[in-house]
Write a protein that binds this ligand. Structure first.
Ligand SMILES: *Cc1c(COP(=O)(O)O)cnc(C)c1O
Length: 358
C-alpha cells in the first residue's frame, strides 16, 4: 500500500466572535477561538483533516473513550512577538509526546502532517485570538480519543483527533501553596504517569479538591510505592534549589516528561548551574529546611511556565520557602523562557517556530 498523503481543508467562520471581546481579560479555559481542527482515523487510515468553525461534535453515547478512557491530550501555547508574528514553542515535542501517550493507550500514531501542519494553519487562521498582554497566550489543546460505538473492552478501531484553542492570561499570579498528598497517588511504576492520558487527571481531582478545602492550591505528589519520594506538584514538574544545586525528580516512568522541565534543565546547564535529576525524598526537603539550605521551590509546566512555590505542608510541618525577592533561579527562568517564547531575545535552541508573518 502506498504511503498515505494528507491534506487539510478549511471552512472559515462567516463572522468572527472576536468582535466586542477583550481577549486580554477572559476567564481561563472558557472562551474558544473561531476555528478548530478535526480529523478522524479508521482502522489506521486518516481522513482529510478539516479546519471548521468551533462547535459541537456529534458523538454516540457508546463511544469507548467515554466508557474506558482511551483518550489523551496535549497542552501548548501560541504567543505573539512584538512585531505581530504568531509563534509556537517546541511544537514537535508536543507532537512526539502525544504519540508516545497514544502508544501507551494502544492508539495509532497521528501523522506529523496532520498535527504540525494542521496546527500551523489553525493558528495562522486564528492568529488574531492570541492575546498580547504579558503572561498571556493562546492556549492550544490537542485531544485524541477513541470513538468505536461499542462497549466491548478492546482498543478502538476509530478515533477522533481535534485541536481547540482559547486565549488565557497569566495562570498563577500569586505564588502557590502545596500540601503533600498522603492518601492518594498520581502514578505508579507500570502505570500511565508518563502519558498525558485523560484518566490521570480524573484520578487526581479528589486529592486536589481536598487540598483546596484546606487552603492549598495544589498537591505535592509522592511516589506510589514508598510514599517518600517527590514526583510532581499538581499538573506540573517540580524543582527545588538546595544549597545552590537545582534538583528535580528523575524521569522513571511515573513522571510526565514536561517540555518546560526539559527547557529549564537546558537553560540551567547552559548557564553553568549545577543541576541534578534524581530521587528526592521528602526527608531531604525537611532536612534542607531545618538547615536553612532550601532556597527555592517552583513548578514548571506550559500553563504557568514557572509557578513559584511559597509554602509546603508536610503533615504537621509547614515549610516556608524564602520570598521570591530573595530567589535567583525561578524568577530568572520565568523571564528567560517568556523572552524566548515571545521572540524578545534570540533563540539559540531552535525552540520557537514562526507560523505567520507580520
Ligand atoms: C502537562 C503536564 C506537565 C507539564 O508539561 P509541559 O510540557 O511542560 O507543559 C507536568 N506534569 C503533568 C502531570 C502534566 O500533565
Amino acid at each position: 500500500m502506498a504511503a498515505q498523503t494528507y491534506s487539510i481543508e478549511s471552512e472559515r467562520v462567516s463572522e468572527s466572535r472576536l468582535h466586542g471581546l477583550d481577549i486580554n481579560n477572559v476567564p481561563f479555559g472558557k472562551t474558544f477561538s473561531d476555528h478548530m481542527l478535526v480529523a478522524t482515523c479508521e482502522q489506521g487510515r486518516w481522513s482529510t483533516a478539516k479546519i471548521v468553525p468551533y462547535g459541537q461534535l456529534s458523538l454516540s453515547p457508546s463511544i469507548s473513550a467515554l466508557h474506558y478512557g482511551q483518550s489523551v491530550f496535549e497542552g501548548m501555547k501560541a504567543y505573539k512577538s512584538a512585531s505581530g508574528e504568531a509563534l509556537l514553542f517546541r511544537p514537535h515535542a508536543n507532537f512526539d509526546r502525544i504519540n508516545r501517550s497514544a502508544a501507551r493507550l494502544c492508539m495509532p500514531p497521528i501523522p506529523e502532517e496532520i498535527f504540525i501542519e494542521g496546527l500551523r494553519q489553525l493558528i495562522c487562521l486564528d492568529a488574531n485570538w492570541i492575546p498580547t498582554k504579558p503572561g498571556s497566550a493562546l492556549y492550544i489543546r490537542p485531544i485524541y480519543f477513541a470513538t468505536d460505538e461499542s462497549i466491548g473492552l478492546r482498543p478502538s478501531e476509530r478515533y477522533t483527533f481535534a485541536i481547540i484553542t482559547c486565549p488565557v492570561g497569566a495562570y498563577y499570579a500569586e505564588p502557590v501553596k502545596l500540601t503533600v498528598a498522603h492518601d492518594y497517588v498520581r502514578a505508579f511504576p507500570g502505570g500511565t504517569g508518563a502519558a498525558k492520558a485523560a484518566g490521570n487527571y480524573a484520578a487526581s481531582l479528589l486529592a486536589d479538591r481536598e487540598a483546596k478545602q484546606h487552603g492549598y492550591d495544589n498537591v505535592l505528589w509522592l511516589d506510589g510505592i514508598h510514599h517518600q519520594y517527590i514526583e510532581e506538584c499538581g499538573t506540573m514538574n517540580v524543582f527545588f534549589v538546595i544549597d545552590d544545586v537545582v534538583v528535580t525528580p528523575a524521569l522513571q516512568g511515573t513522571i510526565l516528561p514536561g517540555i518546560t522541565r526539559d527547557s529549564v534543565l537546558t537553560l540551567l546547564r547552559d548557564r553553568g548551574v549545577r543541576v541534578e535529576e534524581r530521587s528526592i525524598a521528602l526527608d531531604e526537603l525537611l532536612k534542607a529546611d531545618e538547615a536553612g539550605t532550601l532556597q527555592e521551590a517552583f513548578g514548571a509546566g506550559t500553563a504557568a511556565t514557572i509557578a513559584h512555590i511559597e509554602t509546603i505542608c508536610v503533615g504537621d510541618r509547614i515549610l516556608n520557602v524564602p520570598p521570591i525577592s530573595e530567589r535567583k533561579y525561578g524568577p530568572q527562568l520565568l523571564k528567560a523562557l517568556e523572552e524566548i517564547k515571545t521572540a524578545k531575545v534570540n533563540d539559540p535552541y531552535g525552540w520557537v517556530v514562526r507560523v505567520s508573518g507580520a
